[in-house]
Design a protein around this ligand. Structure first.
Ligand code: SF4
Length: 325
């Protein structure tokens, strides 16, 4: 039986064979020490035939997960998304056709080929469960499991109750507590107004102020915008400024109109989906927690604990990063 890292290496070798590649690179966040050690051990134990595999410790930024930003980083430049077309399958690493795929998918390839029927019958995804749960961690969860069960059974519940759930971390709008029975499934989550994404499921506790979470989300997108495209760069700055004012109880009703305008602006063309994603996540949150938004306007503030789950020093974030790194 292979380890999980062994599954990644085996899947990588199969993918390389399928596309006729003689070179493969496993790109990891620079801070992922345990993953790098596990992959190194798996490669030493069972070096794949016919393909030279290296492990690259790269950039820790959010945008480096975008496939062309990752290629830029691999080539020794800043992890900035490239204009498209061309896409990496035509012009990728060092100008050569390149397949970019995530390691979770690669790890499933050997199992899908070994027993396709059993694989389809038990299709699962890795969930990074974090935030206000008793037991944050990475769990393999069958698709179709209700989010409530993921929180209760894997996370050992939310001590404070649930205020909102981000099924895809910052990359899609959150669901409210009354949507906790939504299934962990791309179609079900899309129908509920969110997305599965990378299944980085963030749980926010009942006593947390949703507008403080909106401010954290806006600051995250502002901080992580690489700065190449004015609509994204200026839009994320403007939106973050207004949401900060809102969280502090200093926004006026006309600021809400300017928020919508700024979100529309940042959804315009960019080299990657960062601006569009920021606008969708943030406006989705503010739309879902409209009562709280209105309570914050004009100096009024509803009570609630402030949280900064997307901040660089957030305890919620460091708890899950300690698990995966
Ligand atoms: S959309 Fe934003 S993050 Fe993406 S390339 Fe442009 S400025 Fe950078």
């Amino acid at each position: 039986m292979t380890s999980r890292a062994g599954d990644v290496v085996a899947g990588l070798a199969l993918a390389a064979r399928a596309v006729g590649a003689s070179e493969a690179i496993l790109y990891l966040k620079g801070s992922f020490d345990r993953a790098a050690a596990a992959l190194g051990a798996a490669l030493a134990a069972a070096p794949p035939e016919g393909v030279r595999v290296t492990v690259h410790r790269g950039d820790d930024s959010y945008v480096a997960g975008e496939e062309t930003a990752l290629l830029e980083s691999l080539e020794g430049r800043r992890a900035w998304p490239r204009p498209k077309p061309p896409l990496p399958f035509a012009v990728g690493f060092q100008g050569r056709p390149t397949l970019v795929q995530n390691v979770e998918t690669l790890a499933r390839v050997p199992h899908a080929l070994a027993d396709p029927r059993a694989f389809r019958a038990s299709e699962a995804t890795l969930v990074s469960l974090w935030g206000h749960v008793r037991r944050p961690g990475v769990y393999e969860v069958p698709l179709g499991t209700p989010l409530r069960r993921v929180i209760e059974e894997h996370g050992r519940g939310a001590p404070d109750g649930v205020r909102m759930i981000f099924p895809a971390g910052p990359s899609a709008p959150p669901l409210s507590a009354d949507q906790a029975d939504t299934l962990l499934d791309p179609d079900a989550l899309r129908a509920a107004g969110s997305a599965l994404g990378t299944a980085a499921v963030l749980v926010i506790g009942e006593s947390t102020c949703p507008i403080s979470v909106a401010a954290s989300l806006a600051a995250f997108f502002e901080r992580e915008a690489c700065g190449q495209c004015p609509p994204c760069m200026v839009g994320t700055q403007n939106v973050a400024r207004v949401v900060r004012r809102l969280a502090a109880g200093r926004a006026r009703s006309e600021d809400l109109a300017s928020l919508a305008e700024a979100a529309g602006f940042m959804s315009q063309h960019g080299y990657c989906a960062h601006g569009r994603t920021a606008a969708a996540s943030l406006m989705g949150l503010l739309g879902r927690f409209r009562v709280d938004v209105e309570a914050h306007v004009g100096g009024g503030r509803r009570g609630g604990r402030h949280a900064d789950p997307f901040g660089p020093d957030s305890p919620e974030r460091s708890a899950i990063e300690a698990v995966v790194a």
